[in-house]
Ligand binder design. Sequence first.
Ligand SMILES: NC(=O)CC[C@H](N)C(=O)O
Length: 253
Amino acid sequence: MKKLTIGHLYPDLLNLYGDRGNIQCFRKRLTWRGMEAEVIPFLSGDPIDFEKLDIVLLGGGSDREQELVCQSLQGIKKDFQAYVEDNGVVLAVCGGYQLLGSYYKTETKTIQGLEILDIYTEWEPERMIRNIILNSPLFDRPVVGFENHGGRTYIGNHTPFGKVFFGLGNTGKSGYEGVVYKNVIATYLHGPLLPKNPHVCDYLLEKALRKKYGEEIRLEPLPDELEHKANSYIFDRYNDKKYVLKETIKRYT
Ligand SMILES: NC(=O)CC[C@H](N)C(=O)O
């Protein structure tokens, strides 16, 4: 039976808005297809053998929690970098996204990041809180979610995860959200990102399965009736007729 091992990094500190729901989604969508998922939670300070992992989830946290986790991250920095460069799959959400960069400068401190992505984040007092909708060139369907962050993330020479159709995204000004790098998706979209966007979940699962079992792996589609309802519920609320999804995607790619 095919199996993926999912490392959940620091659920004790980085688990805002139920980011762990993303793990449940990975697990369910594998088991519905007759595959298995093993989930290993790593608490702050635990040693991590990245060679055993197929997917890593790094969730969001408050500035205080990010500061606490920073030291543990420095201890795993080299191995985490090597995992990403070797096409390891990562979903990093909000605080986790910021920590993949070089630093996150809060009101009072500079928190060192993992330097996996060429990005940095600077805090501003006005929080960016709202529903958010993206067009990602990776998908035909929009990506919907919720953002809540004080940090503004400036990205270097990277492909954004999506173009903001509604919401604020990386800086509130750039018009873009998140980063896609190798098999990493780093985004401000909080849990439940994957249950509302099963296409994003399957994209990451397929990457992980192909890396482990070969490029020919294709995931069987699932009915996803409820998931699509949840996805369109948000999209339809903010969609005005002038907007054409395909056009935006075309301009963007
Ligand atoms: N929701 C989060 O993970 C927040 C990340 C960070 N503490 C910020 O406010 O920008």
